[in-house]
Design a protein. Structure first.
Lengths: 277, 352
């Protein structure tokens, strides 16, 4: 896998309304390009996952468009889209009876055309993805017998085996321990740097976002609060009003980005954090 | 890394087809009166071209035709069971889960109650009424899912089960108002039967079954993605709505056709797919065809047992029984449950 011609996935002032009455997303724009890692942060119910689903064409925007290299996602064939964009939801249902290796090979689906069996190339790609995510050791174990962190890495490996130009991930490190949280983001970083994949990751962890992402979109109540570089967005004075907490910044020696720690809820300001969902 | 190679796929499928071929070869020799016409008699009548002899009539027109009916019912139930268990991600799903069987039974019961006694294309009024009953249930479920586009598989299951319960209640009502003779014949019908009605009965349903089998088998790769959830499957380019509708419509139609001809034969659609999955894994590319073929062989062999057991009983008790075989649903359960429990004990869980 070598670097390809740059790809751009852009949401152009997209809106999303579930029932035609309430807007879950209003006028949000984001442009993800090859080799760049975007972090989407914000309180629960801010519309982060909704935006990610629009980017992956899992939902249709009620306003605005999502384009891949200038072509509207809705105008593309589903398989063609799937060859270029991979999506990893927050929770993948436990697939009974499948081994980790089989799950990773399923990621090759859009590339296989009408063939019934995996080609040698498919298997090689799957092995490569499993090596990268350090899951090769349990390739033949049942997915259901793996720990949460192992299973999550297997699903990430399947998304990598899909060989996408853009990788969308919804809270991939929730429920993982420290080491595995770092490991997942290390892999994402490497995908962006070495293989030129555009990464968009929804996360609640400001410090992981600060350390591994290039750009950050801060959302609240279905709107974009601000977006820009890590240094611009992940600042206590920006985050504090959105999350309604006091935020302290702790400088780390040898690192350009300080740690952010929520220290207290803000009392008095009884305004709800998200959309109230 | 284990994966489905062409060798493993074709090896397994050949073994299943081989089993099926053996069943077909043996079948002319097995029936209630195996002492009257043996396997050798039947086959030599065929080789001698003696198509009017009793040996040929019993061996092929009756026994083989009956086995073919068992095979097509078993294939359908094994295949549709595997499809539904995958589609609903539920080990308890069967081809009957969506109420097809209850609709079919209600139709058959009404035909008995109203004393309908005509036939069309060799199909009895009971069969046709049963098929219509199933169609109405499928149609209603599809209407509901169409009206509510947000309907997930859980809601679909609920709609199907509720529809089934309603049909059952209606059946109780009609049965309550029936006389003994009508009640007896409907109870008999509910046990499921492969009583030789010959090729007349199996040929028309094949017109519906063959295309359904092919269409369902073609969904295997999409169903594999579906195991990982609708979102992942959709993001990989699977058309979820089309996959769901195809599986739903054609599995239901095929099941309705089998129920119409053979009645509600239980157990095959529940346990054959699970036995197959325990032995061969959950990859639908292998699971669907293997479950279909194993279902066919399993039902055909159960049918032999039902005839042999009845023949033995007649010989022991010295009385000619009213019926030539045990109800097939009883045999499938008696044979299948021990096999299944042993597999469950040795191989572990469905959840993993």
């Amino acid at each position: 896998m070598s670097k390809r011609t740059p790809t751009t996935l852009s949401a152009e002032s997209v809106c999303y309304s579930f029932d035609g009455r309430r807007d879950f997303l209003v006028d949000v724009s984001l442009t993800a390009t090859s080799g760049e890692c975007w972090g989407i942060v914000g309180p629960n119910g801010a519309g982060k996952s909704t935006l990610l689903r629009l980017l992956g064409a899992l939902s249709k925007p009620s306003g605005g468009t999502v384009r891949l290299d200038g072509v509207s996602l809705e105008a593309m064939r589903a398989t063609e889209r799937a060859m270029r964009i991979a999506y990893l939801p927050q929770r993948v249902p436990a697939a009974p009876g499948l081994t980790a290796g089989e799950v990773v090979l399923l990621g090759r689906y859009p590339h296989r055309g009408l063939g019934l069996f995996e080609s040698a190339n498919d298997v090689a790609r799957a092995r490569d993805a499993m090596a990268l995510t350090e899951t090769a050791a349990f390739a033949d174990r049942r997915l259901a017998s793996l720990s949460g962190g192992e299973a999550q890495r297997v699903h990430l490996a399947a998304a990598l085996a899909q060989d996408p130009e853009v990788l969308l991930l919804d809270e991939p490190t929730t429920a993982l321990d420290w080491r595995h949280q770092l490991a997942i983001f290390e892999i994402l970083r490497r995908m962006a740097d070495d293989r030129g994949v555009g990464v968009v990751v929804v996360t609640h962890d400001m410090n992981l976002a600060g350390r591994y992402c290039d750009r950050v979109l801060l959302m609240n109540q279905g709107r974009s609060v601000c977006q820009g570089s890590v240094a611009d967005v992940l600042r206590p004075e920006v985050l504090a009003p959105v999350f309604d907490v006091d935020v302290t910044s702790i400088p780390i020696e040898g690192r350009s980005v300080a740690m952010l720690v929520p220290t207290d809820t803000r009392r008095g300001g009884e305004q709800p954090g998200g959309t109230g969902k | 890394m284990r994966h489905l190679s062409a060798a493993r796929f074709w090896g397994t499928i050949s073994a299943c087809v081989g089993g099926l071929a053996v069943v077909l070869v043996i079948s002319p020799g097995i029936g209630t009166q195996w002492d009257a016409v043996g396997w050798r008699d039947a086959w030599s009548s065929l080789l001698a071209g003696d198509y009017d002899s009793m040996a040929f009539t019993i061996g092929f027109d009756l026994r083989l035709a009956r086995t073919l009916l068992a095979l097509q019912a078993g294939v359908t139930l094994g295949l549709c069971g595997a499809v539904f268990q995958t589609l609903f991600r539920n080990a308890l799903a069967t081809p009957y889960t969506l109420g097809v069987v209850n609709g079919g039974s209600l139709g058959a019961l009404l035909a008995v109650k109203l004393g309908l006694a005509w036939s069309f294309l060799g199909l009895t009024s009971v069969s046709i009424a049963s098929f219509l009953g199933s169609l109405i249930v499928i149609g209603l479920i599809l209407l509901i899912t169409r009206a509510n586009r947000r309907m997930g598989t859980a809601e679909l299951l609920l709609a199907g089960v509720t529809m089934g319960l309603f049909c059952s209640a209606m059946m109780m009502l009609v049965t309550y108002l029936s006389n003994q003779r009508e009640t007896f014949s409907i109870v008999r019908w509910m046990m499921g039967s492969l009583e030789a009605l010959g090729t007349q009965q199996s040929a028309p349903s094949l017109v519906l079954l063959l295309p359904s089998w092919i269409l369902l088998l073609l969904q295997a790769r999409g169903l594999n993605q579906y195991l990982l959830g609708e979102d992942v499957a959709a993001s990989r380019g699977v058309n979820i709505r089309r996959l769901q509708l195809t599986c739903l419509i054609f599995a239901s139609l095929a099941t309705a056709a089998v129920v119409a001809v053979c009645g509600p034969i239980g157990f095959v659609g529940l346990v054959v797919p699970q036995m197959t999955a325990l032995m061969l894994g959950r990859d639908c590319r292998l699971l669907l065809p293997a479950s279909a073929l194993i279902g066919g062989v399993f039902l055909a062999m159960c049918d032999w047992l039902s005839q042999i057991a009845m023949g033995l009983w007649a010989a022991i008790s010295g009385s000619a029984s009213a019926s030539a075989s045990l109800p097939i649903g009883v045999v499938t359960a008696i044979v299948g449950v021990p096999i299944f429990l042993v597999l469950l004990y040795r191989r572990g869980s469905f959840a993993e």
